[in-house]
Design a protein around this ligand. Structure first.
Ligand code: FES
Length: 254
């Protein structure tokens, strides 16, 4: 495949950026999108030019670092697919592909296509933990969890924290990310002791950095793990309960 890339280049957080155009001939349709960028970077380096900076780690759809806006879509054209799992066969010979970093105030650009997503870390730090009695290992299955509850918790835990939900949202809201992180603990028996304190702390932290949800639903369309916005409704319900006067009582009930 012979492609043309229009890539956002930016030297640092405080400098202005610009699009640069690169020819990418001879790309195999079996390459992943990141492998295609590797090839382009090898050619740039061979020509004595600065390679394109982009984030990646696992390249298996697990770590969530491969945050690229491809032709205006977070993670590109394939639904439920992270950039690292996107293959070039999804594009056509002769295509021009526009590649940008996530666009959100809470995710400032570090360099080229790499952004700082540490605002997500602040949300997780605010409540992404449970209290357990330390000691010897408990017997297996000591706490029964109904199968539908376990399944829902696992669906929420599938969030890889990539930030596509924020990048796709017109408000740069982080409700889908936060609700997934809240739900995977709030749904399980082990997460009950901090359920309402967790929800309040994580939502309040989220609101320091991100915009508000107005139900566009773009987040669930962009999510590479197809996490549904139902979790946002669940989080909002728990947040409301957390704010009630009798929260002390509620914090002791599932
Ligand atoms: S590089 Fe880890 S999810 Fe894409």
């Amino acid at each position: 495949m012979d492609l043309t890339l229009q890539v956002w280049r930016q030297d640092g957080p405080t400098t202005s950026g610009r699009f640069e155009t690169y020819a990418a001939p001879g790309i195999s349709e079996d390459m992943s999108f990141l492998e295609m960028l590797d090839v382009v970077n090898e050619r740039l380096a061979a020509d004595g030019k600065e390679p394109i900076t982009f984030d990646h780690d696992c390249r298996e759809g697990i770590c969530g670092t491969c945050s690229l806006m491809i032709n205006g879509k977070a993670h590109g054209p394939e639904r439920g697919t992270a950039t690292c799992q996107l293959h070039m066969r999804k594009f056509n010979d002769g295509d021009t592909i526009v590649i940008e970093p996530w666009r959100a105030t809470a995710f400032p650009i570090i360099k080229d296509l790499m952004v700082d997503r540490s605002a997500f870390d602040r949300i997780v730090e605010a409540g992404g933990y449970i209290t357990v009695a330390a000691g010897s290992a408990p017997d297996a299955n000591l706490i029964p969890v109904p199968k539908p509850v376990a399944d829902a918790a696992m669906d929420a835990a599938a969030c890889i924290g990539c930030g596509a939900c924020v990048a796709a949202c017109p408000n740069s809201a982080a409700q889908l990310f936060t609700s997934a992180k809240v739900a995977h603990l709030n749904l399980l028996p082990q997460g009950q002791s901090e359920r309402y304190a967790r929800t309040e702390a994580m939502v309040d932290t989220m609101e320091q950095y991100f915009g508000s949800c107005t139900n566009h639903g773009e987040c669930q369309e962009a999510c590479p793990k197809e996490i549904p916005i139902d979790f946002i409704a669940t989080m909002n319900k728990d947040y409301l309960r957390a704010k009630l006067k009798n929260r002390r009582y509620l914090s002791r009930t599932p």
